[in-house]
Design a protein around this ligand. Structure first.
Ligand code: ASP
Length: 327
């Protein structure tokens, strides 16, 4: 098969009001996205698998404090961090996921170990940490996940019954400029985070990975769509690979990632038609907000979202990465 390998990533969607960002902050996001895309592209260019490319891209997104996963994860109502991640191989339909971990440095690496070595698909909380420890993965103190911007978000939400979806780029702008939060033009409820990657490799295989800190002020023990195969992550060589971000509960109820694949498989529609239907039509019916990145076996890439912005980008092997924030 003569397809050009490609990787696409997202770093969360939400209400990103242009005047709330300053050019420095925007440039930081573009640079981070481009750098991570280039790393994924390198894996693919060297003949690496789509699975390795998405794992590496999501690991780097987790390490980057701009995004709500790993370092930079949001706070729960209890003031803690609980992280979720998943990965799926479209060639074999193997999958791995972990949820509610509090000490694993890179949740996506734990999910990947589940895929690689376990008979199970998903571990949660203490069991997930025990598995990660057995696998020799790196552990961190909970303070590793802390960033000032996420802490400020949590202070705003704390004591209210509401949860906040991250990704609030403006919080970074304001946190770094110390501007008064009362002037925040961003509705703090409209915030999304989560990171994800999808890829097609030189062998025609697809893979997807997703990782998140969840939503700010979430109840302890709450699990969103990100670690749920079919909701926040799905890959099947016969159709597509999908990673989502948004209001997790609605993505779970809609089986959003799998629905894209199922529409392609059962209705014979294109990747673009299927993902637009899920993001622009089906999710809004239940007030689902967010977006996804997806790639099919022909190398078509789509990055639809029904919010004002989504941190996103893609890179085809041998070409410069393309990154975007707004519509
Ligand atoms: N989908 C994630 C969750 O519900 C949140 C997000 O995308 O920001 O946990």
């Amino acid at each position: 098969m003569n397809v050009k390998p490609v990787i696409a990533i997202h770093g969360g969607a939400g209400t990103i009001v242009r005047h709330a960002m300053n050019t420095d902050v925007e440039a930081r996001y573009h640079a981070a996205l481009a750098e991570i895309l280039s790393a994924g592209e390198r894996v693919l260019a060297e003949g690496g698998s789509a699975l390795d490319a998405v794992t590496e891209a999501v690991r780097l997104l987790e390490d980057c404090p701009l995004f709500n996963a790993g370092h930079g994860a949001v706070f729960t109502a209890a003031g803690t961090h609980e992280l979720d991640a998943s990965v799926m191989d479209g060639a074999t339909l193997d999958a791995g996921a972990i949820s509610c971990v509090t000490r694993v440095k890179n949740p996506v690496l734990a999910a990947r170990r589940v895929l690689d070595v376990s008979d199970h698909v998903m571990f949660t909380a203490a069991g997930a940490e025990a598995f990660a420890r057995e696998q020799g993965l790196e552990f961190v103190e909970p303070s590793y996940y802390y960033t000032e911007a996420r802490y400020e978000q949590w202070l705003k939400a704390r004591g209210t019954s509401r949860t906040m979806l991250d990704h609030d780029a403006a919080t970074f702008a304001f946190a770094s400029s110390n501007a008064p939060s009362e002037d925040d033009p961003i509705d703090p409820i409209k915030k999304f985070g989560t990171v994800g990657a999808v890829a097609l490799d030189a062998h025609g295989h697809l893979a997807a990975a997703t990782s998140t800190g969840g939503i700010t002020n979430k109840q302890a023990g709450r699990v969103g769509d990100a670690p749920l195969i079919g909701a926040g992550c799905y890959a099947n060589d016969a159709t597509c690979a999908v990673s989502t971000t948004g209001t997790g509960e609605m993505f779970i109820r809609m089986l959003a990632a799998y629905d894209v694949s199922a529409q392609m498989e059962y209705c014979g529609v294109s990747l673009e038609q299927a993902s637009n239907d899920v993001v622009m039509n089906k999710l809004p019916r239940i007030e689902g907000r967010g977006g996804l990145v997806a790639v099919d076996a022909k190398g078509n890439v789509v990055l639809p979202f029904n919010t004002e912005g989504m941190y996103r980008g893609y890179a085809r092997v041998g070409e410069a990465p393309v990154t975007a924030i707004y519509r």
